[in-house]
Design a binder for this molecule. Sequence first.
Ligand code: ADP
Length: 277
Amino acid sequence: MSRVLELDNVVGGYGDTQILHGVSMHVDAGEIVVIIGPNGAGKSTAMKAVFGLLKLTGGDVLLDGKAITNTPPEKVVRYGVCYVPQTGNVFPSLSVQENLEMGAYVRDDDFTPRLQEIYEMFPPLYEKRSQAAGTLSGGQRQMVAMGKALMLEPKILLLDEPTAGLSPKFRGEIFETVKLINKSGTPILMVEQNAKQALGIATRGYVLVDGKNRFEGTGNELLNDPEVAEMFLGGGKQQVLLEKVAVAKPVTGKSAARKSPTGKPAAKKRSRKKSGA
Ligand code: ADP
């Protein structure tokens, strides 16, 4: 699998406040990679770090093996990274089609065939192509935002909490849409609060806590890890779909892995052995 994106020990934040304290993660071709973790952990900040929206003071961001660290967003887009922020990601007064066309703003070739492909991927957008994006449901607005980003045929798509504020029904639709986009050949790095559902569609996932890597593994490994379930998936044993699935690999040392996100000891001591680390 070729490596599309890598964050290598990235350090940075806003002004003098350091938020990311050496975050490492990667996305390979064909993958959906999900970042989960508590509020304020630095998940969105890690994504903004890729898109050149904050100044990194350490580490590197690599696209196709080449450093793009601290490259401004307008250049990152041209290199093939598209970012869909959580809010303000469509022009509400413009029609669906105008939004998609705006997405192609850095293309100087004929983007009509791509527009057609987007409509084939998202039939509801074709039906509503003349309608103002602001009048669509939350789920369909997210579809417009993703379609807009895809107009550039990016090497990788970054999605910041695409299901935020959506009802369970629309959430499900968005996760299906993410799968569809991925199937069409676009690797995805996604921050999500709906951790369980997101891990359910993820090839791999990372758990960030306090601006550091805490756990990583395949979607299944994280879903089946008792500590991850208890701390981040909203429950204890009943969440754990235990078969003989390998447990997720804690990234930090033993004592760190036992702590809760607030630094307090986890409620129950577990007899499970750590894998690897
Ligand atoms: P998460 O996505 O994990 O919820 P964020 O990456 O959004 O966390 O935020 C991490 C920390 O950075 C938080 O303490 C937040 O208040 C702070 N932060 C986020 N955006 C900014 C900003 N633009 N300026 C200053 N601080 C910010």
